[in-house]
Design a protein. Structure first.
Length: 479
């Protein structure tokens, strides 16, 4: 290929333009199947290295179909440890350049670290440089940029073909840079070179270091992930620099990040849970379930012993807790039974006659062996159930978003109502104007239980009629 001569300002900089093909689409287990490195001195290509690589694992069939690199093709290729020295030498004291640089850089770094080596290079991303120097394009994929700019790509989705195209793209970007964009990207204090390709640095700079909920959005503006944090900015950065496959894929698709301040971690947790169920973002896995169809109930047998049973909500008379699946019911009961030393035979955990197995382990007090009275056991069951869920109406007061504000979380007769914010010094407040109604569900109850288990004094009991009154006094002595 033929290179063009660049301006004198760029002539003393050495670049290593890199492209790799891999066994999968991302993540820490991705292995290299092909690598191509072009060394550029700011004027022309001075060295080049391309080879297939035996990854020593199977190639994802979808990736093989995309790249044309099969397991048979790499079977006789050198393994990465055989070319590692060459990769290190060609990139040493050079700026590591790639289209979506974090992908190629992190995989090469992981391969070298697995061999006991270290890898640290300055980086430049031609996606981010293109967005800065060629604004307003529909897409900044290598294929679209090359099509728009008239750059030929020979053997698309092969390391050498993509690397050659990236070299020409880099040269064009160097010519377009009249304001020192390259220098600013290489500034050690700047994150421009290391952020995901679609995400402007100004978005990260604008994130606050406060509790709240943050929203990752794609190029279409759709929310693809919702998270909560004590410190929004630091939590977002932990996503951006993670090497896990899910995080890498999420960040590559992220073009914007918005946020909502909550003032404290509890309201952040509550809002996050509600937003996940409302928006249903594709990168969130937990808390997506909408309907709790299973629950726990109690009944007394002929001996008067209280049993705890689980099943579908439709078959329970007075369920005192809801879950999404029978497995969740059973998992909860196992922990519940252990914590309160209840008998697993009477908690639907051991279908046996006679004494339970837990008695020998001293985890059951022996109601199943007539070692504990029925009255005492039943009382402990009642107290245990009451301990993990408030049936009272109560108010939790937490830190607000500003120094003169407080957050209010309202629960009525054990059912979560929602939360809102109010001035600290107000004597009374309009309930309808403050508390934003939210749906109750098992995830919300889990969050509230965990919070109150650590801080039981936070639940301020309030006298509320079945239909909640519109005004709630904020003076504790009036509760």
């Amino acid at each position: 290929m033929q290179s063009v001569t660049l301006g004198a300002v760029k002539r003393n900089t050495m670049y290593a333009i890199v492209d790799i093909e891999t066994t999968g689409f991302g993540g820490v287990d991705n292995k290299i199947t092909e690598i191509s490195i072009f060394v550029h001195n700011g004027q022309t290509i001075v060295d080049e290295f391309t080879t297939l690589v035996d990854p020593e694992v199977r190639i994802n069939p979808r990736v093989a179909a995309l790249t044309g690199i099969s397991d048979d093709m790499v079977r006789t290729a050198p393994k990465f440890y055989e070319i590692a020295k060459k990769v290190v030498e060609l990139t040493q004291d050079r700026i590591f350049v790639a289209h979506n640089v974090n992908f190629d850089y992190n995989i090469i770094k992981a391969e070298l670290e697995a061999l006991g080596g270290d890898f640290s290079r300055k980086k430049l991303c031609t996606v981010r440089l293109s967005r800065k120097l060629i604004p307003g394009m529909r897409s900044y994929s290598l294929g679209n940029l090359c099509s728009t700019l008239g750059i030929p790509i020979h053997a698309r989705h092969r390391a050498k073909g993509d690397a050659e195209a990236t070299v020409i793209l880099l040269e064009k970007l160097l010519h377009l840079d009249e304001t020192g964009v390259f220098e600013s990207f290489l500034n050690p204090r700047s994150r421009e070179a290391t952020l995901p390709p679609l995400l402007p640095k100004s978005v990260i700079d604008g994130l606050p270091e406060v509790p709240g909920v943050y929203y990752f959005k794609d190029a279409s503006g759709d929310t693809i992930y919702v998270g909560k944090a004590k410190d929004i900015k630091q939590r977002v950065l932990s996503h951006l620099y993670s090497k896990f496959k899910k995080e890498v894929n999420l960040c590559q698709a992220t073009a914007n990040i918005t946020f909502t301040r909550t003032g404290n971690e509890l309201t952040a947790l509550l809002l996050e849970s509600d937003e996940i169920k409302r928006i249903y973002p594709k990168f969130n896995r937990a808390q997506k379930r909408q309907t709790a169809n299973y629950g726990l109930d109690t009944y007394q047998d002929r001996q008067g012993i209280t049993h705890i049973v689980y099943g579908k909500m439709s078959g329970l008379k007075q369920p005192f807790m809801r879950f999404y699946s029978p497995t969740e019911c059973r998992n909860f009961l196992e922990k519940f039974c252990d914590e309160y030393e209840l008998c697993p035979r009477y908690c639907s955990l051991q279908a046996i006659s006679g004494g339970c197995f837990h008695y020998q382990l001293k985890k059951c007090r022996g109601v199943c062996r007539d070692k504990e009275s029925v009255t005492t056991y039943n009382q402990r069951v009642t107290e245990a159930i009451a301990s993990f869920r408030h049936q009272d109406s109560y108010l939790i007061t937490e830190t607000g978003r500003t120094p003169d504000e407080q957050a209010l979380i309202l629960v009525r007769q054990g059912i979560y109502q929602g939360f809102g914010f109010a001035p600290i010094h107000s004597k009374s407040l309009d309930y309808d104007a403050i508390i934003e109604p939210k749906a109750d569900n098992p995830d919300i109850q889990r969050i509230l239980r965990a919070y109150l288990k650590k801080q039981p004094e936070k639940a301020q009991i309030v006298a509320l009629p079945p239909k909640v009154s519109k005004t709630i006094s904020l003076f504790p002595d009036l509760f």
